[in-house]
Ligand binder design. Structure first.
Ligand code: AVJ
Length: 313
C-alpha cells in the first residue's frame, strides 16, 4: 500500500478575509464552505440522519443499487479524483467496483482528510492514495501535477455542486474538465427539483438540526475569529425559491445590533439577513445542459426518488 500527504498552504482558504469581506458587503453573506468545521461536520452528519433530509441516504441507495451499470458505463480508469472528499466514505463503493490503481482526495480540512485517506490506504492494499490538503476552488491546477498519467474519473457526489450559482458551477465544471483531461470523465450527483414542500421540510427539520448547523457558523466565528455573535439574536430562515430553483439559507437578525469580528464592528438592522447558503436543485436536462456549457457530454444517468447521478465524458 502507498499513502502520501501533500499540504498546499498557499491554496488554503482564508476564513478571516472572506468573513470580513462578506460582512462588509450588502447583502451580508458568508461562503457555505465555512460551515464545515469539526462541529459543522458532525451537525451535517446528523442532518443526513433526519427523516426530512433524504439527500445523502437516497444518493447512497442509488449508487449501491445501480453500481454495476455505473461501473460498466465508466469502464477502466487509472485514477479517481474526489474534490471535497471529507471523510472519504462515499468513494469506497466506487473503489470496490472500479478497482483503480490510484485515488486522489482533496479537502480544505487537512487533518481529518489525512486520517480518512490513510484508513482507505489500509483497507485497499493495492491502491496508491494521495491526500491533498487544499481549497480545490483556489488551486485545482496544483492538484493536477500530483496525479499519475492514465484515465481519470472526477467524482463529485452529494449535490455539493448545488452550492454554486450557475455561472460559478459552470466554471467549476470547466475546471473539472481540465483536471480530468481529454479522455477523462465526471461522475456527479445532484438533487432534483421536486415538491417545494418536501424541499422546504428538508431544510427546516423538526428536530432543529439544520437550524443548529446554520447557527454553528456564527459559533465558529466566535471560536476562531474571537467574534461576539449572540446566537439567540439570529434566526435560521430557509425557504425554496422556485424562480431561482434553489433553497436559500439565511440568518436573520432579530433586532438592531452590533457585532465585533476580528477587530471590526458590524451593524445589523432589525430583520437584516446574513446569507449563508444557496442549494440549487435541477432537472436532469438542466444539469446536463449546464455541464455541456463546461465542455462535458452526457454519457449516462441514473435517478432515484428525487436525486440523480450523471456521467459525462
Ligand atoms: C452538502 C451541500 C449537499 O445543500 O443540501 C444541508 C448542505 N445545507 N442542509 C445541501 C446542507 C443545509 C447540503 N450539501
Amino acid at each position: 500500500m502507498s499513502f502520501s500527504f501533500q499540504d498546499f498552504p498557499a491554496a488554503r482558504d482564508d476564513l478571516r478575509a472572506d468573513v470580513l469581506a462578506g460582512l462588509a458587503a450588502s447583502p451580508k453573506s458568508i461562503p457555505p464552505k465555512y460551515f464545515y468545521d469539526e462541529q459543522g461536520c458532525r451537525l451535517f452528519e446528523t442532518i443526513c440522519a433526519q427523516p426530512e433530509y433524504a439527500l445523502c441516504r437516497t444518493e447512497q441507495a442509488l449508487m449501491a443499487a445501480r453500481m454495476p451499470e455505473i461501473a460498466a458505463a465508466v469502464g477502466k480508469v487509472e485514477c479517481i479524483v474526489e474534490p471535497g472528499a471529507g471523510e472519504c466514505a462515499k468513494v469506497r463503493l466506487l473503489l470496490d467496483a472500479l478497482r483503480p490503481t490510484h485515488l486522489a482526495v482533496l479537502d480544505i480540512a487537512g487533518a481529518p482528510l489525512a486520517a480518512a485517506a490513510q484508513a482507505i490506504a489500509h483497507d485497499y492494499p493495492e491502491l496508491d492514495v494521495s491526500a491533498l490538503a487544499m481549497d480545490f476552488l483556489s488551486d485545482l491546477e496544483a492538484a493536477s501535477a500530483h496525479l499519475p498519467p492514465g484515465r481519470r474519473l472526477v467524482y463529485y457526489p452529494g449535490s455539493s455542486i448545488g452550492n454554486f450559482p450557475p455561472e460559478a458551477a459552470s466554471a467549476l465544471l470547466a475546471r473539472f474538465r481540465r483536471l480530468a483531461g481529454t479522455d477523462g470523465q465526471l461522475l456527479i450527483g445532484f438533487d432534483l427539483k421536486k415538491d417545494p414542500q418536501r424541499l422546504h421540510a428538508a431544510y427546516n427539520d423538526a428536530a432543529g438540526v439544520t437550524a443548529a448547523f446554520n447557527l454553528n457558523l456564527l459559533a465558529r466565528l466566535n471560536r476562531e475569529l474571537g467574534a461576539d455573535f449572540n446566537l439567540a439574536r439570529f434566526r435560521h430562515y430557509a425557504f425554496y425559491n422556485p424562480v431561482a430553483g434553489r433553497i436559500e439559507m439565511h440568518l436573520v437578525s432579530l433586532m438592531e445590533q452590533h457585532v465585533n469580528v476580528a477587530g471590526e464592528r458590524f451593524h445589523f438592522a432589525l430583520g437584516e439577513t446574513l446569507h449563508t447558503e444557496h442549494s440549487y436543485k435541477f432537472r436532469r436536462d438542466e444539469f446536463s445542459a449546464l455541464a455541456r456549457s463546461a465542455g462535458w457530454q452526457l454519457d449516462g444517468e441514473w435517478e432515484l426518488d428525487g436525486f440523480a447521478v450523471q456521467l459525462f465524458d
